[in-house]
Design a protein around this ligand. Structure first.
Ligand SMILES: NC(=O)c1ccc[n+]([C@@H]2O[C@H](COP(=O)([O-])OP(=O)(O)OC[C@H]3O[C@@H](n4cnc5c(N)ncnc54)[C@H](OP(=O)(O)O)[C@@H]3O)[C@@H](O)[C@H]2O)c1
Length: 287
């Protein structure tokens, strides 16, 4: 645990097989953390380990099997981490996926899967690390929210609902655990180039003769263009790295990326009818 007489800090990152999670695991390892890179299928660790090799961080990263919808794997990974290092300084609740489709056409099973992963999975992870963090008297929990946690766009109601839930939960949590030295922050990225888009497009819910076909096509067109031109996700990993190393995390919300600051501001300043008219204009383009 100790190197050069110094206690090494530890971090647990969920969804570390790809995208932000992979990059955050590398970023924290480069910053000197012992990282548990948690993924539901450890057979998907090749990309992470290659990136770790390039970054010279292989020795600082251990892979753990953890599905955020499976309580046994959560408890197992947290207990292993405590046995191995004796502490959990940082939890990055990153695992997530995006269910797409208009409300009427998304089956209940998909709504449940969305909430189980993005929201209840994050709640379960948070609850699992709190006893150790409280006992230590410190800890940092980074919640991967989204601009969709502040702004519900048509065609992504399930995703928005899950991220709005993450926002409300984290706001309450921050108040509750601050007296124990535990810090909570929400990272709210706009669109970034990761696998989440392709996975979401592949599983878009829609009916063949759908009355929503036009608007769905319009929304998907915008989402595709956004995904293709989205910025490098390393920016988000670097933000998480800077946050966990801060002496004080003074804000609850850290928006980052295209539109992430502007959209919530517009949401607060513009009258609702303007927002609605603009959204309807966009959806009409698909007809
Ligand atoms: N990319 C963006 O534009 C964007 C913007 C805002 C917020 N976000 C958020 O950022 C987070 C990471 O997404 P990403 O963009 O990096 O996408 P990604 O590359 O698809 O990564 C998602 C990760 O979550 C994992 N995951 C999914 N379900 C899981 C479960 N039940 N248990 C454990 N892990 C699970 C995936 O594992 P598998 O490899 O096994 O599927 C994968 O490692 C998500 O919370 C997402 O909502 C993304």
């Amino acid at each position: 645990m100790a190197m050069h007489g110094k206690v090494e800090k530890t971090a647990l990152v969920t969804g570390a097989s790809s995208g932000f999670g992979l990059l955050i695991a590398i970023e924290l390892a480069k910053r000197g953390y012992r990282v548990i890179a948690a993924m539901r299928d450890p057979e998907k660790q090749a990309a992470l380990m290659q990136a770790a090799e390039r970054a010279g961080a292989v020795g600082s990263i251990a892979v753990a099997r953890l599905d955020v919808t499976d309580a046994e794997t959560i408890d197992g990974a947290v207990a292993d981490m405590l046995r191995r290092y004796g502490r959990i300084d940082v939890l990055v609740n990153n695992a997530g996926m995006a269910v797409g489709g208009f409300v009427e056409e998304v089956p209940m099973a998909a709504w449940r899967a969305q909430m189980e992963t993005n929201f209840l999975g994050l709640v379960a992870m948070t609850r699992a690390v709190l006893p150790a963090m409280r006992a230590q008297g410190h800890g940092t929990i980074i919640q991967m929210s989204s601009v969709s946690g502040l702004w519900g766009i048509p065609g992504f109601g399930a995703y928005a609902a899950s991220k709005f839930a993450v926002e409300g939960f984290s706001e309450s949590l921050r108040h509750e655990v601050a007296p124990f030295g535990i810090r909570v922050a929400l990272v709210e990225p706009g669109a970034y180039r990761t696998a989440i888009w392709a996975k979401g497009f592949a599983e878009m819910h829609g009916q063949p003769e759908s009355p929503y076909a036009g608007p769905l096509k319009a929304v998907l067109g915008i989402a595709r263009r956004t995904a293709e031109t989205a910025p490098d996700p390393r920016e988000v990993a670097e933000l998480v790295g800077r946050l966990v190393d801060k002496r004080r995390i003074s804000r609850l919300r850290y928006p980052i990326g295209r539109g992430a600051r502007l959209l919530p501001l517009a949401g607060r300043l513009l009258p609702w009818r303007i927002i609605e008219a603009a959204t309807r204009r966009v959806m009409r383009k698909g007809r």
